[in-house]
Design a protein around this ligand. Structure first.
Ligand SMILES: NC(=O)c1ccc[n+]([C@@H]2O[C@H](COP(=O)([O-])OP(=O)(O)OC[C@H]3O[C@@H](n4cnc5c(N)ncnc54)[C@H](O)[C@@H]3O)[C@@H](O)[C@H]2O)c1
Length: 244
């Protein structure tokens, strides 16, 4: 057996939601390098000669369905789904605007559900699939001012476990990634306020923030046949943040 080949994504068809974002872009680069044919789905347009882009709003079932049909008819199958679209807003619960709560839940949690539902049908039929959902350390830790984000990411983790159990018979694995703070457009404004950067770094045993590249290897592993017997799990990429 070639253990190296277990990590190959040669000719696999992959969809990356939020693939235009800080972490998503690096995941796309990694998937391409390991041989996958990648389709970026995002509300923000990106142009690249190496990958296809299909504008998709994960909160809209029509948009998700038509994207899945397009990918299926063009490539014939969908092997890998990375659900990386996500948003946050930091406000205490008693001041939290209801519309913002709904928006965060819609993108982070309902978006993950809709993408899993539509791509899951294709994967169940072909009896093969690798799904990686984006949780966070906020899937398991409470941070003040992160109520909607943490509720959505805790939801993504348990949704992942349920879907993993339902899809196991179809040879489809469903796992969750849990990064700690990584500097992207999601976090940069917050990190620049006051002494937030220093304070946040001090909570991470490895003494630094994560980089988008830190997440790529973990995603490639879960998207590959090296992780064929790993499902329903949370892989934390957090510099030890949750170790104590
Ligand atoms: N950056 C961090 O510190 C961190 C930590 C833990 C988990 N995460 C998670 O990682 C994922 C990626 O985050 P990031 O840091 O790259 O953020 P980012 O803001 O750079 O990227 C998020 C992407 O999601 C897209 N998006 C937003 N709404 C969408 C919608 N309705 N439909 C489709 N796409 C939509 C955005 O256009 C953007 O390209 C998110 O799920 C986030 O919660 C990030």
């Amino acid at each position: 057996m070639s253990y190296k080949k277990l990590f190959s994504l040669e000719n696999k068809v992959a969809i990356v939601s939020g693939g235009a974002g800080g972490i998503g872009q690096k995941i796309v680069e990694g998937l391409v390098e390991f041989g996958a044919k990648v389709v970026i789905t995002d509300i923000k347009e990106v142009r690249s000669s190496e990958v296809e882009f299909i504008k998709t709003d994960v909160t809209n079932s029509k948009s998700v369905k038509s994207m899945v049909e397009e990918v299926k008819s063009k490539y014939g199958r969908i092997d890998i789904l990375i659900n990386c679209a996500g948003v946050n807003k930091r406000v205490p619960v008693i001041e939290f605007p209801e519309e913002e709560w709904d928006r965060i839940m819609d993108i982070n949690l309902k978006g993950t559900f809709l993408m899993c539902k539509e791509v899951g049908k294709v994967m169940a039929d072909q009896k093969y699939g690798r799904i990686v959902n984006f949780g966070s350390v906020s899937s398991v830790l409470g941070h003040p001012n992160h109520s909607a984000y943490a509720a959505s990411k805790g939801g993504v983790l348990l949704f992942t476990k349920v879907f993993a159990m339902e899809m196991a018979k179809n040879n489809v694995t469903v796992n969750c990634i849990g990064p700690a703070y990584i500097e992207t457009s999601l976090t940069s404004a917050h990190l620049r306020e006051g002494d937030n950067y220093k304070k946040i770094v001090s909570t991470i045993p490895m003494g630094r923030l994560g980089k988008p590249e830190d997440v790529v290897g973990a995603v490639i592993y879960l998207a590959s046949d090296a992780a064929a017997f790993t499902t329903g799990s949370l892989l934390l990429v957090d510099g030890g943040r949750t170790a104590d």
